[in-house]
Design a binder for this molecule. Structure first.
Ligand SMILES: NC(=O)c1ccc[n+]([C@@H]2O[C@H](COP(=O)([O-])OP(=O)(O)OC[C@H]3O[C@@H](n4cnc5c(N)ncnc54)[C@H](OP(=O)(O)O)[C@@H]3O)[C@@H](O)[C@H]2O)c1
Length: 303
């Protein structure tokens, strides 16, 4: 009997490790010139998931030689206090990038806080100036998760040029900026992009047409094998915790794609965890090094 074919696993851990290794070399070069890239990581409140993400970001900074400046504020901190901190960080020459972990406590306006960050320190790529530049195809900080998806495709040899990319999800942090990246007349882009969302009728009709399918919805295992074209490349951005009594923790992480079934149909697929997640942090580090290069007048090798 013929063995069943399964998709190639696109290993985000391995690819992000290669990116971080390249960045280490750039950082060593900057240090020789007296510049240490610095990232301010601001956490307001005690959201458990945010704490995990912030810890991972700070740990990666330490591993590659980026100086991280930690600012942990209480849940009840005022918007005024947070804006004052951003103002201080904007003026601090040791800080090349500012990351404010989202979501913020409900009484604080994310919009006002994100817009207070100087665009040249906005390494998360959420400031409207960077969003606009991204859409215009200008030099900018692209938001990290979409940039991570693009880097995954490029580094694993799946060039989106001329391909039909279908993205399920239209959020400002994933779906929309990913579409903006992939439609550019640029290397690693030149795709034909369709975006689906909760009001799209008959989503399967679109997803089945995808050469490259990106799931970014936050709905556990929504993308079933019948929704995927044979031989498609599948990028799963979703991170969902679902109950699992077989695990000691009682839960496990799954993506937005029903992995086991879809892997039998796809040509390549990202796992969850270990796919897009590590790439998001690698892109944050890349943007921080790029910001340090620009601020110090050194040429950046990273895009
Ligand atoms: N790995 C990483 O580094 C990383 C980073 C960011 C996010 N994520 C994960 O990615 C997922 C999406 O995050 P997000 O921040 O983009 O989420 P979000 O802001 O909640 O947006 C979800 C999008 O999916 C669409 N959607 C939801 N249910 C749908 C359905 N049944 N059919 C079609 N479309 C549907 C929504 O449509 P409407 O606009 O019509 O409501 C929305 O556009 C989450 O699981 C999140 O945890 C992972």
């Amino acid at each position: 009997m013929k063995p069943k074919k399964t998709a190639k696993i696109i290993d985000g851990k391995k690819i992000s490790a290669a990116i971080l290794a390249d960045l280490r070399r750039d950082i060593a070069m900057l240090r020789d010139k007296g510049v240490t890239p610095g990232l301010a990581v601001v956490l307001a409140g005690a959201d458990p998931a945010s704490e995990v993400y912030v810890k991972a970001k700070r740990r990666t900074c330490a591993e590659i030689g980026v100086e991280s400046f930690s600012h942990d504020l209480p849940e009840n901190c005022t918007e005024k206090r947070l804006l004052k901190l951003i103002d201080k960080l904007n003026g601090d020459s040791r800080v090349h990038g500012i990351l404010v972990q989202l979501p913020l406590p409900r009484h604080i306006s994310e919009k006002r806080v994100l817009e207070a960050i100087l665009p040249e320190k906005d390494v998360d790529g959420f400031h409207p100036v960077n969003v606009g530049r991204l859409l215009n195809g200008e030099e900018c900080f692209a938001s990290c998760t979409p940039a991570g998806c693009q880097a995954l495709l490029q580094r694993s040899g799946y060039d989106p040029a001329g391909k039909h990319v279908v993205i399920v999800g239209r959020s400002n942090i994933v779906g929309k900026p990913l579409a903006a990246l992939l439609i550019q007349k640029a290397a690693g882009a030149n795709a034909t992009v369709t975006i689906c969302h909760s009001r799209t009728r008959n989503i399967g009709k679109f997803t089945r047409e995808a050469d490259i399918l990106v799931a970014a919805m936050g709905v556990p295992e929504f993308i079933k094998p019948r929704m995927v074209r044979k031989g498609a490349i599948v990028i799963d951005v979703g991170v969902n915790r679902i109950p699992d009594q077989t695990r000691k923790s009682g839960t496990r992480l799954v993506g937005d794609v029903a992995f086991a079934g879809v892997a039998k149909k796809a040509r390549a697929i990202t796992p969850v965890p270990g796919g897009v997640g590590p790439m998001t942090i690698a892109m944050l580090m890349s943007n921080t090094v790029k910001a340090a290069c620009r601020a110090s007048g050194n040429a950046s090798k990273r895009t």
